[in-house]
Write a protein that binds this ligand. Structure first.
Ligand SMILES: [Zn+2]
Length: 231
């Protein structure tokens, strides 16, 4: 079970985030789901899909493509006729263009995650924008997700002219060494609802937790009549 005291502590961490910093601190806040008041500070960003009629969950996979992990994810998704969105790092696409093509061939959507997985806080606007455009040469998409969720107000203002900026409503913590596979599954299953945008990673670091949780998430929500759609 997910420990209750851990969750409470996570919520207090969010309250330490100062909106006056005009940037988003997802590394400091350890929240599984992003609360409504926080989303309101950043109305330019997409946190959740508003769709009343459907019962759909929007799975996303960041940091790929990876020649082994991504292909295994694609096979698992196919088993449940699930579609998802892959936020790809341009450098990885340049290394594994065939895996990238396979993502699209199987009916999934792709998004831009910068060329070198840059931290927006540590990167000046011009350099950040250049890197996003370099990724664009490989990833033709109008969706963008900032690596680490770290993006400044100026970067948001610039990028939103070309992209829909996608954040998330549920973070699986698949990449987190302190999160067990069972906790990773429970974080998602206890928080995802219709319209939720859920973050996983098709990366080596996240693979242990992700490969445990993903099939269980797909089975659980499929049995409840949900579908999995690309953004
Ligand atoms: Zn990333």
């Amino acid at each position: 079970m997910v420990q209750r005291n851990k969750k409470t502590r996570q919520k207090y961490d969010i309250l330490n985030v100062s909106p006056s910093k005009l940037c988003i601190n997802f590394a400091m806040m350890k929240a599984v789901s992003v609360p409504g008041f926080f989303r309101m500070f950043y109305p330019s960003l997409c946190w959740q899909v508003q769709e009343a009629a459907e019962t759909a969950i929007y799975l996303t996979f960041d940091d790929g493509p990876h020649p082994d992990i991504t292909l295994r994810v694609l096979d698992i998704l196919d088993t449940y006729q699930a579609k998802a969105t892959f936020f790809c790092v341009g450098e990885n696409v340049s290394r594994y263009p065939n895996v990238f093509s396979e993502i699209k061939k199987r009916g999934h959507r792709v998004g831009n995650h910068t060329y070198n997985h840059l931290n927006g806080w540590k990167t000046p606007l011009n350099k950040y924008y250049e890197n996003v455009n370099k990724c664009r040469e490989w990833v033709d998409s109008d969706l963008f997700r900032p690596p680490y969720g770290r993006i400044t107000s100026a970067q948001i203002q610039t990028l939103k002219k070309k992209f829909t900026l996608i954040m998330w409503s549920v973070l699986s913590y698949d990449y987190d060494a302190e999160t067990t596979p069972e906790e990773c599954f429970e974080y998602v299953v206890n928080n995802a609802e219709s319209g939720s945008i859920v973050v996983f990673h098709d990366s080596v670091k996240a693979s242990k937790n992700m490969f445990y949780a993903l099939p269980k998430i797909l089975a659980h929500y499929t049995s409840l009549g949900f579908t999995f759609k690309p953004l």
